[in-house]
Design a binder for this molecule. Sequence first.
Ligand code: F3S
Length: 771
Amino acid sequence: SKIPNVSKDFQTRMPPYTKLLTNLTKVKEITGNTPLTLAEKILYSHLTNPEESLSSSVPLSDVRGKQYLKLSPDRVAMQDASAQMAMLQFMTTGLAQTEVPASFHCDHLIVGKDGEAPDLKQSLVTNKEVFDFLESCGEKYGITFWGPGSGIIHQIVLENYSAPGLMMLGTDSHTPNAGGLGAIAIGVGGADAVDALTGTPWELKAPKVMGVRLTGKLSGWSAPKDVITKIAGELTVRGGTGYIIEYFGEGVETLSCTGMATICNMGAEVGATTSTFPYQEAHRRYLKATGRKQIADAADVALGEYGFLKPDEGAEYDKVLEINLSELEPHINGPYTPDLSTPISKYAETSKKENWPQNISVGLIGSCTNSSYQDMSRVIDLVNQASAAGLKPKIPFFVTPGSEQIRATLERDGIIKKFKDNGAIVLGNACGPCIGQWDRQDIPKKSQEINSIFTSFNRNFRARNDGNRNTMNFLTSPEIVTSMIYSGSAQFNPLTDSIKTDKGELFKFSPPRGEELPSKGFEHGRDEFYPKPDPKPDSSVEIKVSPTSDRLQLLEPFKAWDGKELKTNVLLKVEGKCTTDHISAAGVWLKYKGHLENISYNTLIGAQNKETGEVNKAYDLDGKGFDIPGLMMKWKNENRPWTVVAEDNYGEGSAREHAALSPRFLGGRIILVKSFARIHETNLKKQGMLPLTFANEADYDKISAGDVLETVNLADMIARNGDNGGEIDVKIIKPDGNSFTIKAKHTMSKDQIDFFKAGSAINYIGQQKRE
Ligand code: F3S
């Protein structure tokens, strides 16, 4: 291969181009040179074994959206909230180190209130044990530890690890941000991250590919954020589900790398698996500016010599959207959902019609979505214009830098000082208000009054930012947020309207101007916010988990299957919709993400009992009532395995792995439903549960809480590695001794049977790796 070698420092950070190109050649042979989209090229070049996943007799159009792929990602990134369970699970495999490079990022647990220094100090007090735990895991297993205050996971990944053609997994839903630098980056739960960390092939249903053709060029007030806020309005929150979004067309060449990252970041808001861009000059400029010229040189060869990192001529998309950047106007999305999109020219009128508050109460900019040098230099241009006219912000204004590198660069260039001189509070390099970690002072959390905030963040469901369900949160570009803080009125359109100054003059903003990259280069910043690069694993390190902690608890591996039929009692019959939010509530429970026992007290507390109509109520065999997790815990202690019976699309919603971990921890063995949401069904199998669906839905009505539910031919199905026609018999014994047998369907593959036998996927992986 002509791919140049890189120096030692870059070896773990360069995508394995030579290996990927070899794989791609195999893929081309198998598929008879079918033209591939960029997304397919990156994904299929990461197949663990192309011959196993693809076949010359199955056209690629039949692979997309249908076939499962086994993939070998290059890297894993984990944020502090979700990393806890990922590591606790990894520890149970007994492995000495990770198989692929990985990093931790302490960003979600830091509360924003008074500004960087005091907030960081407080977070170190509140979260010390979690940070210490992750740091010790980093030292033991060789995972790079980016400590509190170092920055937000996706910004640090973009600055350090993302690269054209890379495939990575991240335990955070905005992991696709890395697609802005030409990677395929997918958000997953902890158990999936463990697959990659242990070098186990990671399974993904081949996504369809949606092409977005960009033409024209952004100008004036329009920003990359408007590309994705507009797309969100067109596609809605579900429109990208099952797709990778791939951008193409001459408009792509006009965007900055960080702008592309903003667009990919919010692809999560339309449900897309991920988003990506073909390798561009802008990528080369960004790689160089962030000290990675060697990677750009290698990517140049991968593109120029081998045609990698761009789609093939004639590649077909499953669907194509068109956006003319020259005609795009700023959009404001919300409240409460990112797909309610209003162009700025209609916002004043719409806000009146919809009765949205006419006074805006706070403006927030930054976060992983919008804290690039380009964003901030355009924003400070607006601040300078307003301040030259003698204007001061009318409402509180917060700035969240995405990383120490970007913060230090902004500080050197006088931008941080200008923010502060103009009344802004500059928060720590962390998520803060974007994820509800905002100790908001201007309005009490329980206020019943509707208020409105403008943010440059990416999500806006109720209570997301300040924990207040009455806060209407509008998403838009940092430029629009900033201009609005000088008026504070929903009726103000900065593109056309003026503001009266104290002298009675009329001030009108000129369109913002900024720089794509800092002309003096990026500033490194304070050393204490940087990790040791490429740490070596050290088996002598002791992992820090206090036995008395209420936030962290070591995991006991789940017990292996004993080879016998499952004999359970029905603990609960659930009525109607049962999402992962009903099964494993979030909010206050997030604190316990690293403590399986404590978080399990939220299990199914949102579920409705079909037989009594009550929520969070279940009855013991003697008729005594309990809250649902209470009865589960009692039966666990009595060694009484249980089944939950439910209706359609059980486990829809976000792919929350605790929704499978907790029932298993509490002694659940079978979930028998009319239908499953697929990801939740897979998660249950990964935790060693047996998910079954009724062959005949009417059988749901024949089962009651308290019945005995016994499998009849499970052992036979397992002996045949699941290849038994997809059905097993289940015997129901009523309290009076009467019994009958029903048919239930399963979708267990050979791998999943192995997970079941071992007790969980992680037990199985550990066994395999240790052998
Ligand atoms: Fe953090 Fe918000 Fe991004 S929570 S990772 S800043 S989406």
